[in-house]
Design a binder for this molecule. Structure first.
Ligand code: PSV
Ligand code: MN
Length: 397
C-alpha cells in the first residue's frame, strides 16, 4: 500500500491525468466475421456522447470524446453545433477529430497515396473539412490515420506514394490554425497486407517533420509487431519532442482492441514511466493527448470504458511512484538489480486505496463500476434502444 507521502504524489498526478474516450466505442461494432448486438449500445451520436458522459461521471477522468467525422457528424460542418450541444448536455466536450479517408469506395487503392490525383484531392478536401470542424468545436487535435498501402509486391510505387503523402500532409498543415495540431498515426498491417504507407513510427516521424511544426506522432499501442519495445519508441519520440498522443488498447496477436492492460499491464506502466521520468528530468509536462481506441462487442461497452479508465489511472499512479533520484543513481553505476527494483517496487504497490481516497475528495463514488451498475442507466438504455438495435441485427443479417 502507498505511504501518505506516496498517496499525496498520486493525488497530485491524478488531478491532471485525463484520458479521452472514443465515440466509436459505444456503438454496436463487430469483427469481419460477425457482430454481436448489445441492446443498450448507442445508436446515434447523441447516445454515444450520453454514454461517454456516464464514463466521465463515474471516473472523473474522461472529460473529452474523440469523434469520427463520417460516423458522428453525418452532415459534416452543418452538424457541429448540434454535436457540441449533445456533448455539453452529457457533461463532456468534443476532443480529437478523426477524418475518415478509408471507407468510401473511392479509397480502394488509398487516399493521399492514391495514384489518382482526383482521389487524393477528395481525401484532402475531407481532411480540410475536418480541420474546420475542429476549429468550430475548439478541438486541438486532428488525428490522421491512413489505411493506405498495397497487398502485393510490385503493385505500388512506395517512393512515389511517400511523395504524395509529403505533399498532402504539407497542405493539411498549411490549413491548421495556430492552436491546432495534427497527429499522425501509423500501423504496420491491415487493411493492406504487403505494405502500409505509414507503417511505423519512423515513417510517421519523417512525415510529421515534413508536414510542419504543429505535426506530432500518434502511438496506437495496438499497432506494433509482437514483442516490439513500445516504451523505447515513446522515449525516443519524447526526446525528439515529437510525441503527440496515444491511442491506448491492449493486444495479444494483432490490432485486437483489447482492454488497456488486460494482457500486459507492465507494458503500460513502462510507457507511463518513460513519460513521467522524462517530465521529471525536463521539469515540464510533456504535451501528450492520452486517448483510448477500443471498440468492444463482447464486454458491455460503458462498463468496459470505465474499467479501461480506471486501469489507466492505476497504472499511471504506479508509474508516479518510481523514485527517479534513486533510479538515476543506480543507472549511472550500472547497478542493474537496484535500478530494475525501482520499477518493480512501484509497479507492485497497491495504489487502489489511494485512488479510492482521491475519488472521495472529488465527490466521486469510490467504486465507479459499481456506482454505474447501481444507477439503472444500462437497463434504461436497453429498454429505450433495444428495438432499434434489434433492427440493426435484421439489417445486418
Ligand atoms: C485504425 O485501426 C484505428 O486505430 C484508427 O485510429 C482509427 O481511427 C480507429 O482505429 C477506428 O477505426
Ligand atoms: Mn488508433
Amino acid at each position: 500500500m502507498a505511504t501518505s507521502n506516496q498517496t499525496e504524489r498520486i493525488h497530485k498526478a491524478l488531478d491532471t491525468f485525463c484520458i479521452e474516450l472514443p465515440s466509436w466505442g459505444f456503438a454496436n461494432t463487430g469483427t469481419r466475421f460477425g457482430k454481436f448486438i448489445q441492446a443498450s449500445a448507442a445508436t446515434t451520436t447523441e447516445e454515444k456522447l450520453s454514454d461517454a458522459g456516464q464514463v466521465h461521471r463515474y471516473t472523473g477522468c474522461c472529460p473529452t470524446v474523440a469523434t469520427h467525422v463520417l460516423w458522428d457528424f453525418p452532415e459534416g460542418l452543418r452538424s457541429t453545433r448540434q454535436v457540441m450541444g449533445w456533448a455539453e448536455k452529457s457533461g463532456v466536450r468534443i476532443g480529437a477529430i478523426n477524418p475518415n479517408v478509408f471507407q468510401d469506395q473511392i479509397y480502394k487503392h488509398g487516399s493521399l497515396g492514391n495514384p489518382d490525383p482526383e482521389i487524393r484531392q477528395a481525401a484532402l478536401r475531407h481532411i480540410l473539412d475536418c480541420l474546420e470542424i475542429g476549429k468550430q468545436t475548439g478541438s486541438r487535435d486532428v488525428s490522421l490515420w491512413f489505411a493506405d498501402g498495397s497487398s502485393f509486391p510490385g503493385t505500388a510505387s512506395i517512393r512515389q506514394r511517400k511523395k504524395w503523402f509529403e505533399e498532402g500532409l504539407r497542405e493539411v498543415h498549411a490549413h491548421l490554425s495556430a492552436k491546432q495540431r495534427m497527429l499522425v498515426e501509423y500501423k504496420p498491417f491491415e487493411p493492406y497486407s504487403y505494405h502500409m504507407d505509414l507503417g511505423d513510427w519512423g515513417m510517421a516521424l519523417i512525415l510529421s517533420r515534413v508536414a510542419g511544426p504543429q505535426a506530432r506522432v500518434l502511438v496506437d499501442t495496438g499497432h506494433h509487431y509482437q514483442a516490439q519495445n513500445i516504451e523505447q519508441i515513446v522515449a525516443w519520440l519524447l526526446s525528439e519532442d515529437m510525441l503527440g498522443g496515444f491511442h491506448f488498447n491492449d493486444r495479444r496477436y494483432a490490432d485486437d482492441d483489447l482492454t488497456l492492460g488486460s494482457i500486459d499491464p507492465y507494458q503500460v506502466f513502462r510507457i507511463f514511466h518513460e513519460i513521467i521520468f522524462f517530465e521529471w528530468e525536463a521539469d515540464r509536462r510533456a504535451d501528450i493527448a492520452y486517448m483510448i481506441d477500443q471498440s468492444h462487442n463482447l464486454k458491455n461497452k460503458i462498463e468496459e470504458m470505465i474499467q479501461t479508465a480506471v486501469a489507466a489511472q492505476e497504472l499511471y499512479a504506479k508509474a508516479v511512484l518510481v523514485d527517479h533520484e534513486k533510479l538515476v543513481r543506480h543507472q549511472a553505476k550500472c547497478e542493474l538489480i537496484d535500478a530494475e527494483e525501482c520499477l518493480k517496487q512501484a509497479f507492485a504497490t497497491d495504489v487502489r486505496p489511494a485512488l479510492r481516497e482521491w475519488r472521495r475528495t472529488k465527490g466521486l463514488a469510490e467504486d465507479p463500476l459499481q456506482a454505474f451498475r447501481e444507477s439503472g442507466y444500462e437497463e434504461r438504455a436497453a429498454r429505450e434502444r433495444g428495438a432499434r438495435n434489434q433492427g440493426a441485427v435484421a439489417s445486418y443479417a
